[in-house]
Design a protein around this ligand. Structure first.
Ligand SMILES: Cc1cc2nc3c(=O)[nH]c(=O)nc-3n(C[C@H](O)[C@H](O)[C@H](O)COP(=O)(O)O)c2cc1C
Length: 240
């Protein structure tokens, strides 16, 4: 069943055309079809993701994979906490977010709420939408990534590479993802639910499943800066 769903490659494709197309076609997906994802498929994706590099091969990532009743129970507990607004909001960004990042964040918000038909000034509607993170946007599989709290930002970068490798391996199998920092606010609840040792911190969550291709929210087309805006080349031309 799984292999039949997998995207096929056009005859004569080069490796780079296939890999580039996969990377370029990955989008954050926030509306999923109910089609289940078999455990073997998730395990296979994780088997690819574990090839991600890490500093001194420390492989600092851990992941909890939730489906069915486990996912439902966790989501229900988180939704209740969200409704009661009982935990302090977690701070994903500093107050003095650099201006270039702040303007991209504003652009993201504008596109996101427009696609959902939510007025940006409608705080209750925005709050309800934010709560949708906690049911993994109804994806059949939810993942929670953790790291040992003693590790520093360098090891968190390793986790980022693991996440991206996982997302591309998923995409290669016709599956889509949404990485989600939103779960961090609920760390105390999630830690209790997953019986995490006190040495583990939550990096983020992730929704995994088959995209609802009719949903406008899955087609935000988030823009990227051109290479020259974030790169400095040294020593490539005669001037050194
Ligand atoms: C570490 C990380 C955390 C994110 N957290 C959330 C989240 O909590 N909820 C959400 O809807 N999207 C989340 N996103 C998705 C970003 O909004 C998205 O990657 C960005 O807007 C670029 O869009 P694209 O992934 O479709 O290219 C997160 C992405 C990353 C990498």
């Amino acid at each position: 069943m799984m292999n039949a769903d997998r995207p096929v490659v056009a005859e004569g494709s080069t490796v780079c055309s296939v890999v580039d197309a996969l990377i370029r076609s990955r989008r954050t997906v926030r509306a999923f079809r109910p089609t289940p994802v078999p455990k073997s498929e998730v395990a296979e994706i994780l088997d690819v993701a574990r090839c991600a590099p890490s500093n001194s091969n420390t492989q600092p990532w851990s992941v909890h994979v939730l489906a069915g009743e486990s996912k439902r129970q966790l989501s229900e507990a988180l939704a209740l906490s969200h409704e009661r607004n009982e935990l302090p909001p977690s701070r994903h960004f500093p107050d003095d977010l650099p201006a270039a990042c702040a303007s991209r964040q504003t652009d993201f918000g504008a596109r996101y709420y427009a696609a959902l038909g939510i007025d940006r000034n409608d705080a209750p509607a925005r709050n309800r939408q934010s709560g949708r993170n906690l049911c993994f946007f109804d994806a059949p599989v939810g993942l929670i990534f953790t790291i040992d709290s003693r590790l520093t930002k360098h090891s968190w970068a390793d986790c980022g590479m693991f996440l991206q490798t996982l997302m591309i391996a998923a995409k290669a199998r016709g599956l889509d993802t949404c990485p989600q920092v939103s779960f961090v606010r609920y760390e105390p609840l999630i830690s209790e639910f997953l019986r995490l040792p006190s040495t583990q911190s939550i990096v983020c969550g992730m929704s995994l499943g088959y995209a609802d291709t009719d949903a406008a929210v899955n087609d935000l087309g988030m823009p990227r800066e051109p290479v020259e805006n974030f790169s400095v080349f040294w020593g490539f031309d005669a001037r050194g």
